[in-house]
Write a protein that binds this ligand. Structure first.
Ligand SMILES: Cc1ncc(COP(=O)(O)O)c(C=O)c1O
Length: 381
């Protein structure tokens, strides 16, 4: 099978798996224990934290280990809003965030915060002017994703940072789950105060992630327990997960393969555009590893099944919403023409893909489009 669903999850790297197993065997002690084995585990934990800070070029900051991107986003949005609520109760985010941000801001609304959503254009990009207009003196948190998980649209994070710093004291959080290791994200200067990363999107392990904060800006904890992670995230810390995450972060930042992703993406776009009734979404604005394709008058599942029968795994616009019949909030936000709304699929690359796989995708795509053209889409259902 050719796996082109790397935005849903990536295959863990051998080195990452080895680190996890090795640390589990040799340093299984609780890092909070006072004995020598506990102290060894703690030293390893702190070394991993230090490595992640260095690799993300945060000189003074904190790495709060979490169970993944969802928990880190929850912690950022809810934790910062609650911590800094003396500054105000206004939250700004976008209409196309991952549910782990959108559902978190809904919770804040129930607690009395006022939430506003930035719209996006047809390419999935927010407007800096709208951000300027909507920012208020009492805006306490701004959460904007770097790369959208469904269509790949990249947001102008640097420009957002400048405007936010100029107009407010808000904490600026960026969900970097889909961009980390693929696109540079500058945290210094006007960069975000905090970013979310997830291990399994960068050839690390499921169940591992982090909220990385800078300049000692920290959220309130959103869970309760023994005071681990400086009281910011309670629960025994998994040292093996932390070490594996640091390893995945190092490999992801050292081996950026974006040039080859861009080449594959361009090649497929040129190929796809020869067909009618098929669109590439966020064509000019998406990250190199994500290609979102919309077919007119069919359901995305029909395409997914056809590709699968032909040995290729892709997904509908996002893994989380792929089982739902509804049109995703991202597709609604970009106001895609009705005939395309149900037919969106996502192709996403990783460094273990090959040229031959991309060529094979092209062939299967052509066969699929020819079948559709002949009005035989029922044959492939
Ligand atoms: C943009 C984005 N944010 C957050 C998440 C959640 O990450 P995790 O699966 O680690 O909880 C995902 C996962 O798909 C994502 O794509």
């Amino acid at each position: 099978m050719i796996y082109l669903d790397n935005s849903a999850t990536t295959a863990p790297k051998e080195e990452v798996l080895n680190s996890f197993v090795e640390v589990n065997k040799r340093f299984f002690a609780n890092p909070a224990s006072l004995h020598v084995a506990g102290r060894e585990a703690e030293t390893l934990l702190e070394k991993s934290r230090e490595q992640i800070l260095n690799l993300t070029q945060v000189s003074v900051g904190t790495v709060i280990y979490t169970s993944g991107g969802t928990e880190a986003n929850n912690l950022a949005v809810i934790g910062f809003a609650r911590k800094y609520q003396n500054r105000g109760n206004h939250i700004l985010t976008t209409k196309i965030e991952h549910p782990s941000v959108l559902e978190a801001v809904k919770q804040l609304e129930r607690e009395g915060f006022i939430v506003e959503y930035l719209s996006v254009n047809k390419d999935g990009v927010i407007s800096i002017d709208e951000l300027k207009e909507k920012l208020r003196e009492d805006t306490v948190v701004v959460s904007i994703m770097h790369v959208n998980n469904e269509i790949g649209a990249i947001q102008p994070i640097e420009d957002c940072g400048k405007v936010i710093r100029k107009k407010s004291r808000a904490i600026f959080h960026v969900d970097a789950v889909q961009s980390f290791g693929k696109l540079p994200l500058i945290l210094s200067g006007n960069g975000p105060d905090a970013i979310t990363i997830s291990g399994h999107k960068i050839h690390g392990l499921k169940g591992s992630g982090a909220l990385i904060t800078k300049k000692l800006v920290n959220p309130s904890s959103i869970n309760y327990g023994g005071g681990q992670e400086q009281g910011l995230r309670n629960g025994t810390v998994s040292v093996p997960n932390a070490v594996a995450l640091a390893r995945a972060v190092r490999l992801a930042t050292e081996n950026r393969k974006t040039v080859i992703f861009e080449r594959w993406r361009q090649r497929l776009i040129e190929h796809i555009e020869q067909s009618s009734d098929v669109l590439v979404l966020a064509k000019e604005t998406a990250a190199p590893h994500i290609l979102s394709i919309a077919f007119a008058h069919i359901k995305g599942e029909v395409a997914i099944n056809y590709f699968q029968k032909n040995g290729i795994l892709v997904s509908t616009s996002s893994a989380c919403s792929s089982k739902s019949e509804e049109v995703s909030h991202v597709i609604e936000a970009i106001q895609l023409e009705d005939k395309y709304k149900h037919g969106v699929i996502r192709v996403s690359f990783a460094e273990n893909n090959t040229n031959d796989e991309v060529v094979r995708f092209e062939k299967v795509f052509t066969n699929f489009v020819n079948l559709l053209k002949r009005g035989r889409s029922h044959d492939v259902e």
